[in-house]
Ligand binder design. Structure first.
Ligand code: PLP
Length: 427
């Protein structure tokens, strides 16, 4: 079969650590709406939206038209040294939506570069290489971002250019503070944060970086207000706060446009990528203007904010806002959570169902509540056999991650729940 031959070629020429789903990975040959079709002609409902990249889904006329119009100008990519109208318009929109006062925006090509930039901004502004990060985090694949990634599976090979201290809080289900009520959990995490600052740093820390909901870490859900309480402590020490919104931005969490807004925090900087491009490579940082301007050396990104990416991203953002996809994420997200919680009552292999909006995690466990990565692999494979693509992740590889395009319909949601019920019954 064609995909077997392609897989052999992939394995021969690409690194062995490059992750691919399924024993027999698929090649996506075409896509439309929320469905993708592989090279063999099998169609799947995509409940991972690429990798949360296709916020709106596939083959959306408004976005294709915007990209095509840009291509028709002949300016595929000239140079980001010149003015680019769609780039400026996109920056204006992102700055306004950020809620950060006097915000300025820098565009990159990925979430990794966005976080590298934010860490560079903070460490330069504070003249400190000390950074706080959450355990079980994931922030990217370059030096500083791997350094602040608190998951050995993704970070074991990195030498760190910055000094990182690790804080509890994100992953409540397997935290030593599990079982406490929200207020006590927040207090225990805040006490931990203070102790970490006092005992493992000089007190002179550049920033703390957090994912409001940890993505690769298994769609964890810290209680609302945790990061407000953290921010109050950070303010005492003059430590900057960076929210990594690469997965949680653009309304995906339903109740808010940015994940951090659930905590009533206005960060000093936010980073974004994935959904904004709806498949195009674009990311960026939006930060307080005075902070953004602290980098004094001249700098450009050759491709960051190029005309094709920004034209497509602007169309994506307009589509998201015009169709109020945040509201759809809130509405369908609560049905998804409810449906999965009903499933959990019947199947003890489901230890936890959590999330917000269309970002829902299902943690699979063994008889003693231990992580059960085998069950997650079974669900992944069985879901595929039933025509549904889902994500897998978590510190122990035992969390099924559900994050369909935000244009999802009710019928598609019910279809997915049916397939998941079958898949879980076999785990
Ligand atoms: N930050 C978060 C929260 C992510 O989930 C990811 C990627 O999964 C990144 C950063 C890195 O983004 P990219 O893969 O675009 O470099």
């Amino acid at each position: 079969m064609a995909h077997k031959e392609l897989l052999a070629r992939h394995r021969a020429v690409m690194p062995k650590w490059l992750a691919l789903y399924y024993d027999e990975p698929i090649e996506i040959a075409s896509a439309s709406g929320r469905r993708v079709t592989d090279a063999e002609g099998t169609t799947y409902l995509d409940f991972f939206a690429g990798i949360l990249t296709n916020a709106i889904g596939y083959d959306v006329a408004e976005i294709s038209d915007a990209i095509r119009s840009q291509l028709d100008t002949g300016v595929l990519h000239s140079s980001t040294l010149y003015l680019i109208k769609s780039q400026v318009e996109l920056a204006e929109k992102v700055a306004e939506l950020s809620g950060i006062p006097d915000a300025k925006v820098f565009f990159t090509n990925s979430g990794t570069e966005a976080n590298e930039t934010a860490l560079m901004l903070a460490t330069q502004a504070r003249r400190s290489e000390q950074v706080l990060a959450l355990r079980n985090s994931y922030h990217g694949r370059a030096f500083a971002t791997v350094a602040v990634t608190g998951n050995r599976g993704w970070s074991a090979s990195a030498l760190s250019p910055i000094k990182v201290s690790w804080v509890h809080g994100g992953y409540r289900y397997r935290s030593p503070f599990k079982g406490l009520n929200d207020a006590d959990y927040v207090k225990a995490c805040v006490d931990d944060l203070r102790e970490i600052i006092e005992t493992t740093t000089s007190g002179d820390v550049a920033c703390m970086i957090v994912e409001p909901i940890q993505g690769v870490g298994g769609f964890t859900s810290p209680p609302d207000g945790l990061f407000r309480a953290f921010k109050d402590v950070l303010d005492e020490y003059g430590i900057l706060f960076v929210s990594d919104e690469v997965q949680t931005g653009w309304g995906r969490t339903g109740e808010h446009f940015w994940g951090i807004q659930a905590h009533d925090v206005v960060p000093d900087a936010m980073t974004f990528a994935k959904g904004l491009g709806n498949g195009l490579a674009i990311g960026g940082v939006v930060a307080r203007g005075d902070l953004m301007d602290t980098i004094t050396a001249n700098s450009i990104s050759t491709f960051g904010g190029n005309p094709v990416s920004t034209a497509g991203a602007l169309a994506t953002l307009n589509y998201l806002l015009d169709h109020d996809l945040q509201a759809n994420a809130a509405k369908l997200g609560s049905r998804l959570l409810g449906g999965l919680r009903e499933l959990a009552e019947k199947h003890p292999v489901i230890g936890d169902v959590r999330g917000k909006g269309l970002m829902v995690g299902v943690e699979l466990v063994g008889p003693e509540g231990e992580p059960n990565p085998g069950a997650a692999t079974t669900v992944l494979n069985e879901a595929k056999a039933g025509g549904l693509l889902v994500g897998k992740g978590g510190l122990h590889g035992n969390v099924i991650r559900l994050a369909p395009p935000m244009t999802l319909t009710e019928d598609e949601l019910e279809e997915a729940l049916g397939i998941l019920a079958q898949a879980v019954s076999r785990a």
